[in-house]
Design a protein around this ligand. Sequence first.
Ligand code: ANZ
Ligand code: ZN
Length: 832
Amino acid sequence: ERGFDHAEIEPRWQRTWDEEGVFRIPDDAEDPEYVLAMFPYTSGELHMGHVRNYTITDAYARFERMRGEEVLHPMGWDSFGLPAENAANERDTNPRDWTMDCIDSMTEQFESMGFGYDWEREITTCEPEYYRWNQWLFKRFREEGLVERQAAELNWCPSCETVLADEQVEEGPGGAEICWRCDTPIDHREMDQWFLTITDYAEELLEALDGLEGWPNNVREMQRNWIGRQEGASVAFEIPGYGDVDIFTTRLDTIYGATFFSLAPGHPVAQEIAEDNDAVAEYIREAEGADEDELDVTSGVFTGEYAVNPATGEEIPVYVADYVLTDVGTGALYAVPAHDERDHEFAEAHDIDIVQVVEPTEDTVEHSSTSHADADASADADADPEDVDVQEVAYPEDGRLVDSGEFDGLTSEEAREQFVEEFDGEHRTEYNLRDWGISRQRYWGTPIPMIHCEECGHVEVPDEDLPVELPEFVQTTGNPLDAAEEWKSVECPSCGGPAERETDTMDTFVDSSWYFLRFCSPDLDSAPFDAGRASDWMPVDRYVGGIEHAVMHLLYARFFTKVLDDIDLVEGVREPFANLTNQGMVLGEDGNKMSKSGDNGVSPTEIVDEYGADTARLFIMEAAQPEKDFAWSPEGVQSAHQFLQNLYGLAADLAESDRDADADVDDSIAAYVDRETDAAAARATEEFEDFRFNHALQAVRDLVSLLRRYHERPDADPAVVERGVRTVVKLLGPVAPHVGEEVWSLLDGEGLLAEAEWPDATLPEDYDVASRLVEDTREDVRDIVETVGIEDPERITLAVAPEWKTRAHELARESDADNLIGDLMGHDEIRS
Ligand code: ANZ
Ligand code: ZN
């Protein structure tokens, strides 16, 4: 058998695809299948994680194209960000040149992998043609009231006299936070920053998660937690001399147990008290400089004031305490040490009374984490309220009210409901989600299109002056934009007087919040994207990328999409990504995360040089289903390579053999092989649709071994073998496209394989029983995974497999389809 020379065939087919425009999608396409991988940060180097990510979308895009779909599969560059600035400083170049070099080398690496992108739609976020639309959108958001200027706490280096991004803060001796540049311990300073008020969309962002059925549950859950809705109430407590102060609570049922009252250091009443109270003033000053991460729950100061509990009429002492956050709820709370762990700790430290007002019931004790509820301990044995000693530890669960005046005996839930009216409160929903601060004090990002004028305040840069382009890069200690005196000084667009440009740039997550829309019309210079086309082409049908983006990028992109729909820039697109897949990690041979710095890294370039892109692609896709991690394996790579060589050998053999030579064909075996071919096609198709490429490839491999064995028989029908191999090549085409084209042309296939028609995927009738079994089993596995919560389906499959086999054999005897099922099961999911 002969082999192919990957170094010769791969570049040749890449050129052909390019010349034939195989991956181009015309603007007048109606509703193409939109397949997208999260675009890469321009680090300059492609790693195996990228290769995996992009192989998945490429294979799927090729699959859909062969099925006759028009496919939009674009690529671009997430090219703003701090690493470019750091690299430029280290190498004495500038961020732009460094970034452009990275893009060049990454483009080359992408092409060498055979990824089929519509390069005419390439977008680069650091180009003014792109980022001007960030600026334009910022203004549209501002018109909608979605941009606010708020104070935010920032890292400040007193020696460099500059704000530091979080990434520029390093850990020094003794865990101190120090400046990355000069090692000076950093301060925190409150400074005004630009915010996008994503909280206005909190409710919709949360609610709509239920409808995102094409998303993994864990990502939806992470977003739910991040948004963090809390149902509660607000009630006013009077602080004589200072008026009514609203609190927010999720536990209104505990109001009779409130023994003190706490204000956040930033609460207006705390500030007011501080005016005549030095101790409080001093405490607030210290709290503001402190690091948020080292929160001390017991830190606080008594103000000398008292708040009136509307339930009891009692006066409880008012503290200013660090654990109360200024921008959460109302920034004020009543504290119930008996039923809240933080309040309990604070009360112990400050010698405050602890009064129990909720008692466990049988039900709650059983489920309570504070009691030792063994699975089989009976409820009544443990339900003794005496077991709960709130003087020792807080009892934070629901239960029945005690010591609550006329309301004793109510359940917590009933009390929460009744007390809202009883104490003149209001139902109130709070979210953990905060507004999105987009100001970054650095150079390599989109300039925020604002101007500060002494006379007029914050003035927008007029649309006709967009883009505000970045000035030349200079190396300085602080933000290079602050040093760009000439760039900074402008005429105020409103009064014509001297004014200064905003020198902050935008968080690069702004760039990635709408880039998927730009792909619809990447060169448009009158709007960020063509509204009609975007409305037709969106949402992205298949989005693939890392789980590390579960919250920020994916939430911001959802937020942008909703706003853009609300301001009629698109129509009827409320969600950007219909289906989402988070690919797992590629681990080193040692099972640790593959990294460049560790010594377990495998460079894609080396693998491509040695074995070719198809081998790498095939190995990666066979190793595991997309969501799962897998370890790099030289044997696996070898095996993938050998498989491709064998396939090529078989095809070369066929191409040379005398096709109508023999008449000694055994028709029944030929019919069997034919049927196997159809079955493999049907099965692979289903698995491709399900994103289970490893299963699809297993079916292909099994078919190839059958064909090879059959081909060696004297009674083989060469036409059947050839039909089989043609089918194999088509099924393999999305994953190993170069070898695919080569074999396709050996067999005189018509046109390019990349544009050939996907094989007919109807399962032969007598395969019904077996295929349903396979389906059922998969359902079982999914059910088990869901219920048990085990993350390793492979192990579960192993566990249920014997049972599956028994059932399969029973059914096989009944249906007389024994050998067919046996064969199908030979390539069951048990392997790996
Ligand atoms: C009284 C109370 C009694 C509360 C009790 C809890 C338990 P979670 O933890 O999600 O339930 N809270 C309100 N505003 C706050 C702020 N600005 N900073 C820090 N904490 C604040 O959050 C809701 C609870 O957090 C609220 O309910 C409030 O304490 C506290 F047995 O009110 B609770
Ligand atoms: Zn002005």
